[in-house]
Ligand binder design. Structure first.
Ligand code: SAH
Length: 672
């Protein structure tokens, strides 16, 4: 059997359906999965184990047999914990076939074959009865079906169904309860991911300000949550406007209702300011007493010093539909609306309770301005980055002439607007008609001279940025597009950026290494089968691939100097042959070489460059500052070299990097 996978072709920028081996999808799923991260989450595992032991004892104390239902067993971990805690029997449900197979192997290897039955079904398909999947209903319900937003993976409908059909009334649930917390903040940085700020253009005849149209100003945006590693957000990036309050909680030991609903709380702002953002996270109590608590609270809230890093559960940023001024001490109502899978928020001034109630509508906000569909959150942030814009303006000013015919190739770019504003004066002075921006709805290779009103292009610009790009070098599509429009360019055309370069650096991650690192044993259970499975999936295509990560969220330190490894000259067309390079990079600091980070830099003009990766190495220790709007490429080494001292450092890492001009992909190999 063959499967088709949608993927953007970096040489055409178009989505293509590629015929893939039937295993491709599943290998991707395993290789990029969060299972390793969960198995490394000591805090989570320890607390689940404690909660499960407590639940089994409570059932045993009542003189009952402990029958466990583990929905979404994954590796089988929680069922094995239950069996070890003395459960009489466990039904381990797993919908994802490769995982169910792995669970069977892991359960056997750990000697629980008689105690745990793995069922490869979605829980809603599971039957109960003498001929059913389960002999009888369970009296302990164990699950870990939560995402950063708590309910995004379908925990509510799954619980609703389980209580109706799969567990006994009054069952014990681990976790027992989940609670969602919120805090109201003002944050220019986070708000810049949701609204386009005025853009200041310093043209020769003074400053001009580009403001967004009112539909955009007033647009409620898209409802989807923005999940981030909030602990990487400096406290100087936001102002706290309210205390942390409980928004809602769910008791998993009782019937759960998944139907859309809303919750509301009254907040008394602790500070006056502009309410823009609701920060949110949750915790789970593993037992009814609340003594075993696992929390996602960020650093400024959490009291414990023992901090657990994890990537499978982060924190949520919700954008209010519009910013609302609030006054210290003047109460406001915050409403959380939710459907089965997601949550969104609104804020109202406290008025008569009835009056407010009438206002509550549970429909989720819909973007009316299109911009939120065109630009994702990091892209909004990038377009709002005044420093970056300044570099583009400076470069445009260098290349634009009064009679320039300018073509921009980039998705959702403001460059044409900037160019227009910069050129406006000249047009005006030379008494030309007001310049206009023409949007050509044609792919570059299909561009005709009539699109261009028979003019030749004298200035070709791009950021470059394309929404389909996954890895940094996929924006080299600009180069292919430039090649496709060659016949429409003047012989002395200026291309901005004139070139790009690929840079590479060896790093030690503070935490990100966990997501790809084998686990061996987890709370005493042998989960090596899972490690092997991940390794096998990573090697599925023989050559390992780099993966995109926004490194501002994942601290690392540089172990080598950054090195420029390839350059791409946009003034020329894409060559027929591959571009490859080999070399070595010296290790300068002791540490663990977890992998290489790669990013692109664009050379807009001879002395103006922008980096989509490293911004600077901030101190002696090698801590790195990354472009906060872009994902960088991370290539994890399959073996980690650790050096305690500089003298036992391997002096260098050798690399071979190949840019295949036919496919637009980069293959790489490293040797430590
Ligand atoms: N219990 C494991 C794995 C948790 S990940 C652990 O704690 O380590 C969640 C798993 O649940 C995934 O493997 C997913 O495929 C599975 N899953 C989610 N909803 C499910 C459902 N309703 N029925 C069966 N499996 C489900």
């Amino acid at each position: 059997m063959k499967t088709f996978c949608g993927r953007a072709n970096p040489t055409t920028g178009a989505m293509e359906w590629l015929e893939e081996d039937e295993n491709y999808d599943y290998h991707q799923e395993i290789a990029r999965s969060r299972y390793a991260d969960m198995l490394h989450d000591k805090d989570r595992n320890v607390k689940y184990y404690q909660g499960i032991r407590a639940a089994v004892s409570r059932v045993k104390e009542r003189g009952e047999k402990a029958i466990v239902l583990d929905i979404g067993t994954g590796t089988g971990l929680l069922s094995m914990m239950a069996a070890s805690a003395g459960a009489d029997f466990c039904y381990a449900i797993e919908v994802f076939k490769p995982m169910a197979n792995a669970a069977v192997k892991i359960v056997e290897k750990n000697g629980f074959r008689d105690k745990i039955k793995v069922i490869n079904k979605h829980s809603t398909e599971v039957t109960v009865g003498p001929d059913g999947d389960m002999q009888c209903r369970a009296n302990i319900l164990v699950t870990e079906l939560f995402d950063t937003e708590l309910i995004g993976e379908g925990a509510l409908p799954t619980y609703e169904h389980a209580h109706k059909y799969l567990v006994q009334e009054g069952c014990e649930a681990v976790p027992h309860r989940a609670t969602v917390y919120v805090q109201l903040v003002e944050s220019k940085r986070m708000w810049s991911w949701n609204k386009l700020f005025p853009i200041h253009v310093e043209a020769e005849d003074g400053e001009k300000i580009i403001v967004s149209p009112s539909e955009m100003e007033n647009c409620p945006g898209v409802p989807s949550v923005c999940d981030i590693q909030l602990n990487q957000m400096s406290s100087s990036d936001f102002t706290i406007l309210s205390d942390v309050v409980t928004m809602f909680s769910v008791d998993f030991s009782k019937p759960v209702r998944s139907a859309s609903t809303y919750y509301r709380v009254q907040l008394e702002p602790v500070k006056s300011g502009k309410a823009q953002i609701v920060l949110s996270w949750w915790d789970i109590d593993m037992d009814p007493s609340g003594m075993i608590n696992c929390t996602m609270a960020p650093y400024w809230v959490k009291s414990t010093s023992a901090f657990q890093w994890r990537d499978h559960w982060m924190q949520c940023v919700y954008f209010l539909p519009n910013e609302e001024p609030v006054l210290q001490g003047e109460k406001v109502h915050l409403t959380a609306c939710r459907d089965e899978y997601s949550v969104w928020y609104k804020l109202q001034k406290a008025r008569g309770e009835e009056e407010n109630k009438a206002d509550v509508r549970v429909e989720s906000p819909v973007c009316r301005c299109q911009a939120h569909l065109l630009w994702n959150r990091p892209r909004f942030g990038e377009l709002n980055d005044q420093n970056r814009t300044r570099q583009y303006i400076k470069s445009l000013m260098k290349v634009l002439k009064t009679d320039s015919v300018c073509l921009c190739i980039s998705d959702g770019s403001l460059l044409p607007v900037l160019a227009h504003y910069l050129g406006a004066k000249q047009f005006f002075k030379t008494n030309h008609l007001e310049d206009k921006i023409k949007i050509i709805e044609a792919r570059p290779e299909l561009l005709t001279s009539s699109h261009l009103e028979d003019k030749k292009i004298s200035v070709l610009v791009g950021e470059p940025f394309f929404t389909t790009s996954l890895l940094p070098w996929h924006n080299l599509y600009f180069w292919y597009a430039r090649t496709a429009v060659t016949s429409h360019l003047t012989s002395s055309v200026t291309v901005l950026p004139q070139s790009a370069s690929l840079h590479m650096m060896i790093v030690e991650f503070q935490d990100l290494w966990r997501i790809r690192s084998p686990c061996g044993t987890c709370e005493g259970f042998d989960v090596q089968t899972m490690d092997d499975m991940i390794k096998n999936s990573l090697n599925f295509r023989e050559s390992k691939e780099a993966e995109p990560h926004p490194l501002w969220e994942y601290p690392c330190k540089s172990l080598s100097d950054p090195q420029q490894v390839l350059t791409f000259d946009f003034r020329k067309t894409v060559p027929q042959h591959c571009l490859s390079t080999e070399g070595s990079v010296n290790l300068l600091r002791k540490g663990k070489s977890h992998g290489a980070v790669l990013w692109m830099e664009y050379h807009l003009a001879s002395d103006i460059s922008v980096s989509t990766g490293l911004m600077q190495i901030s101190n002696e220790k090698g801590n790195c500052e990354w472009n906060p709007h872009c994902k960088q490429a991370v290539y994890f080494f399959s073996s980690v070299i650790e050096s305690e001292t500089l003298s036992d450092l391997p002096s260098a890492v050798t690399y071979a990097i190949n840019f295949n001009t036919k496919t637009g992909e980069i293959a790489m190999d490293f040797e430590l």
